[in-house]
Design a protein around this ligand. Sequence first.
Ligand code: HEM
Length: 425
Amino acid sequence: MLSGLVVALRAKVFEKVNGDNAITVPNDQVGPDRFEELYGHPAANGRSKGAGLSDLFWYWLSPGPEVHQEHLEAGPRYDDVARTTRGFLAGPGDELFDAATRCTRHVLDEVLTGPVTRVRLRDLMMPVWAEYFYELVFGEPCPRAARDLIVAHADDVVTSLKCTGLRHPARRARLTRYLAGRLADVRHPLPRTLSEPEQVHYLQGTYFNTAVVQMSEAMAHLLLALAQHPDVAKRIGDDRYFAHVLDETFRLYPLFGIAHRITTADIQLDEHTTFPAGSVLCFDYPAYHATGYANPDEFDPGRWEHTATRREHHIPFGVATNRPCPAWRLAPIIMRAATREVLRRVTLHSSASHTRSLPNRGPCLLVRDGSVPHRQLTRMRIRDRWEDVWRSVVQLVLGTVMVLHAHRLKPAKRYFDTQGCPARH
Ligand code: HEM
């Protein structure tokens, strides 16, 4: 109850401070049936310039947000960066799968010491993906010191994004310095339109922030859902069924709450619906994913046995015509590998709450002998509910502090003010 109130209050604070006249869809004007049409409109393509909201994202995702692919405006620099990322993430499926299995095994070997191990799933997965993306970038096994730097950085980003902690620029800068010294060892060509310091930020932002954070969150959702649906977990060995479970996890727990775009020209959807240039459009993933389904709040992988995702309201990686996620092929492959490896070694149990934003990081018990730890599950439930109360207050206070700080620093606005012509970027 209190946490719900606090979340609503936090949303209000964000809205007020950012000062954008944001339009969130689906709404009465643009229903779910026209959601993708608006999202995919050629003029719904501004990323950062002209929205107060961008200052907040740049603040959270620094250093170097101006060269993060997701924040670059359309143009040759964006094309160069997007092409580079596609090259990094390509590769034969079995090699990508094997590398993810190896990294998961390595981390589990360290973590699984007793019959029952208590973890937070997001924290469990972070070192796995730190090792994985280090290998992808440098083509060699990840040294422990580098893994610690990557995890410290990615954890700092996601903790501040969820407002459960403040950001620590010095912690992030340690990874920047490390990467600056390793630029010559990167095994793929880097974007030529970026300077060397920008290339360092590109690596840091794409592989050691976005990739590690998103994969850890996605795996936390998947493993938590399996922990709470043992019948589903039992069938996960079947590849087809695994794909349904993943589709359902992505539907119910999309990693993006909202993705925004700034319109670069007027958009006229029909005679009554026009969005002038400069409108901030917010695409609400959970709301869209909840329309068009029977019992949308229920976790039901079986629903995908009778229909295909392309026919439904299902866009976990964004829309194909407007800057979709470049990891749409890679992510399911490596999630299957990591899930197989975890379930080969342990059974999962959790009594914690499972929400889309997952601020509790997915408390879970990893059990090696197949028993059910009833008493520990009772303790987990009580602790999780209590934590939720104080965490909501922390999120409100820290969220407000960071929103105000970002508003004062205005990183995106200052950048665009000094750039003059945005077409150059
Ligand atoms: C299951 C895991 C993931 C999910 C569900 C996911 C989801 C998304 C979504 C929905 C978008 C589009 C948002 C928008 O329209 O603004 C996006 C964009 C992006 N994602 Fe992912 N992502 C995942 C993993 C990754 C990974 C592993 C990488 C690693 C490089 C990555 C890199 C990016 C980038 C660079 C963009 C911006 C694309 C552009 O603007 O051109 N994502 N992601």
